[in-house]
Design a binder for this molecule. Structure first.
Ligand SMILES: *Cc1c(COP(=O)(O)O)cnc(C)c1O
Length: 302
């Protein structure tokens, strides 16, 4: 591991487990713990650091000087990348979906403050960029450029996510995560004994493609585990969409358990998880660990 990355990782707090107690959990005899990757670092969102670690290591070992990626205007991935790039003295550049807003939101504001070059692109250009495999395919690339796909979804990302599983020393049956690209899920399942399962919750509507994407990622790393599945029905209308019911759930969760969630990923996952518990999806006595993937930076109002 590159020494700069080792030094950076020293700034990180350990990711602890917080047990959640509710009457429903008590009645159903389900044990629920939250793995607090949200507490890893004040800026870098939990799973984004996990996913970036090995791609960054590769970029540094290849002496790349510019990290290029893409994301939406509230992207946790770009937020982590811009911060980390600044820490590592690497230039960062991002293609951002949609027009440049007249008033920058807090995420975009941070990206610029940390020196990231932003290029706002149309939805159709954005879609084309999704098929990019390396920086060489971009116009005007230099050999010092290093491409990181949307959401950090690359096979190398899985290695960093796998550490999450290594860190958990207590007994459990099910590990839950929210899914955007499915990379985090793939990294977890790749490193999980087959006696345990990973349960994903899609943050997007029409998330069937996620299953294919996860299989593809796993295939690229030569593993074909089957102890995982993705719930597709807790998207609340689509990516980034919310309902009053979801917001109320998140507010109650914060006041009852002191754990902040956000409405894009972790709120939907925990809402879905409690719904499944109420429907007896799990059997009595099962122990569940839900991964808090962070993302709270996106909660800041304009
Ligand atoms: C990006 C993100 C996810 C989704 O991770 P994938 O690896 O893309 O599935 C989940 N939760 C939060 C908070 C995120 O920022």
């Amino acid at each position: 591991m590159n020494l700069q990355l080792v030094a950076l990782e020293k700034q990180f707090a350990p990711s602890v487990l917080t047990q959640i107690h509710t009457p429903l959990l008590h009645v159903k005899k389900i044990e629920l713990w939250i793995k607090r990757d949200d507490l890893l670092h004040p800026v870098i969102s939990g799973n984004k650091w996990r996913k970036l670690k090995y791609p960054l290591n590769q970029a540094l070992s290849l002496n790349k000087t510019t990290l290029i990626s893409m994301g939406g205007a509230y992207s946790n991935h770009l937020h982590a990348l811009a911060f980390v790039g600044k820490q590592l003295n690497l230039k960062t550049k991002a293609f951002v979906r949609g027009e440049r807003p007249a008033v920058l939101n807090p995420t975009l504001h941070d990206l610029l403050a940390w020196g990231m070059t932003l290029e706002f692109v149309s939805r159709s250009v954005y879609r084309e960029l999704r098929t990019l495999h390396s920086a060489d395919e971009l116009p005007a690339t230099k050999s010092e450029d290093y491409w990181i796909p949307e959401g950090g979804a690359t096979p190398l990302a899985l290695q960093g996510v796998a550490h999450i599983v290594d860190e958990i020393t207590q007994e459990y049956d099910v590990l839950c995560t929210a899914c955007g690209t499915g990379t985090t899920l793939a990294g977890l399942v790749q490193n999980l004994p087959t006696t345990r399962t990973v349960l994903g919750f899609s943050a997007l509507k029409g998330g069937d493609f996620l299953t294919q994407d996860v299989k593809k990622l796993l295939h690229q790393t030569a593993s074909t585990p089957e102890n995982w599945c993705i719930q597709l029905d807790y998207h609340f209308g689509g990516f980034g969409k919310t309902t009053p019911q979801l917001i109320e759930f998140i507010d109650n969760f914060a006041s009852q358990h002191g754990v902040m969630l956000e409405p894009v990923y972790t709120g939907k996952m925990l809402f879905g998880l409690f719904d499944l518990i109420a429907q007896d999806y799990f059997s009595a006595g099962q122990k569940i660990i839900a991964l808090h993937t962070g993302g709270l930076q996106g909660n800041r109002p304009l």
